[in-house]
Design a protein around this ligand. Structure first.
Ligand code: ASN
Length: 381
């Protein structure tokens, strides 16, 4: 229905930028939030809604993006050497896009990320959620998918985008990819269209879901291919999202206690299966660990003898897969009426993500039935 008193005209085709004009013949009809001080005194004036720049928190953890090699021709054999301040010095001026605060949580290759660091990242993100419009985390790409999965599984970010970013080339290399990836990560975190999308990853002009991402190539710039599809893309540093905001299907959220000293994840080990894979290794590991993830051959295939041994054990055992794509369906599990209730299908989850999900279930003392229920979110269980 037309309202003659107030007319709102979008001046930017992107409505989510929320810059619009309000024309009014009566001040009472103007919503309080749209009034700006000088114009509020003049009831017939055009009022332009002022928005302050989004405030972005950057958390530095290290990785290749913060590394230096011996010279510009080397893309291997480098070491972590740059702080988050150094990384910010290498990107174009962002003062018109957002206001930035940063914190160096650690400075390590992501192979050295352990549960203490994971917890630091968790804490850094949780605390920043209260005061910032977006969060960027610089991280090595080798285990980025694990941290991103952990954060997605433990933090309800509401509308605040949490953007992970890394690089495949060290900062010293010709055509280093880090500065552009970081610049784009900050653009993603600052953009209103990123709100409600939870954990995202910025790499090689692509925007992906932190929950689904997998490192698919040990060397290439385009390493984060995802079967579930990219969410968006950059062209000339403009963001083009392909879908409206969406969060991963079936992602179980765990609430962690924020008590640093006590934070300890149960020990879960991943075993990589192969021809002639011995059942003795599974039994050995079951004695020492709280849970096991098996990277099975195909969609849950293991030698019969290993299946038999797994059914005799009581520790939870997740059947995941060596193949990067595809899934392990429940129908392929070795279970009978009395045995095999400790065996759970990973669904679409990779071994490393299955491990984190099992750790989180075990930290919450979930029963095998509850663990199965959690894994049904990714069509496992
Ligand atoms: N591209 C990278 O970031 C790999 C590096 N080894 C890391 O994960 O820290």
């Amino acid at each position: 229905m037309r309202n003659d008193l107030v007319e709102i005209t979008t001046i930017c085709p992107d409505v989510e930028n929320s810059q619009f004009l309000v024309q009014s013949s009566c001040p009472d009809t103007i919503p309080e939030i749209l009034k700006c001080q000088s114009a509020a005194e003049n009831c017939s004036s055009i009022i332009y809604q002022q928005r302050s720049l989004p405030s972005i928190k950057i958390l530095g953890t290290g990785g290749t993006i913060a590394s230096k090699a011996v010279d510009s021709s080397h893309t291997a054999g480098y070491h972590v050497d740059l702080t988050i301040q150094d990384l910010l010095d290498a990107i174009p001026d962002i003062s018109k896009i957002c206001e930035i605060e940063y914190e160096q949580l650690c400075n390590v290759d992501s192979k050295n990320i352990n549960q203490d660091i994971l917890y630091k990242i968790y804490k850094g993100v949780s605390e920043s959620l209260q005061t910032f419009d977006g969060i960027v985390i610089t991280h090595g790409t080798d285990t980025l998918s694990e941290t991103a999965f952990f954060i997605e599984s433990t933090i309800d970010a509401g509308d605040v985008p949490i953007v992970f970013v890394g690089s495949m080339r060290p900062s010293t290399s010709v055509s280093a990819d880090g500065p552009m990836n970081l610049y784009q990560a900050i653009c993603i975190a600052s953009n209103p269209k990123s709100r409600g999308r939870s954990v995202l990853v910025s790499l090689n002009d692509q925007i992906s879901s932190g929950y689904y991402i997998t490192k698919t190539n040990a060397n290439s710039l385009d390493t984060f291919n995802v079967r579930q599809g990219y969410l968006g893309n950059f062209v000339n540093n403009e963001i083009h999202y392909y879908y409206p905001p969406v969060k991963p299907q079936g992602c179980h959220k765990f609430k962690l206690r924020l008590n640093g000293e006590d934070f300890k994840l149960p020990e879960v080990c991943i075993l990589y299966a192969h021809q002639a894979f011995p059942s003795s290794i599974v039994k050995l590991v079951a004695d020492k660990y709280d849970g096991i993830v098996l990277a099975t051959m195909g969609a849950g295939s293991l030698p019969d003898e290993v299946n038999q041994a797994c059914m005799e054990l009581t520790v939870p055992i997740i059947y995941s897969k060596r193949s990067m794509d595809g899934m392990v369906p429940v129908a392929n599990l070795p279970r009978n009426d009395s045995k095999g209730h400790n065996i759970i299908a990973s669904g679409y989850l990779s071994p490393e993500k299955s491990r984190i999900l099992l750790q989180l279930c075990l930290v919450g003392n979930y029963t095998p039935e509850e663990i199965k229920h959690v894994f049904t979110g990714v069509y496992g269980g």
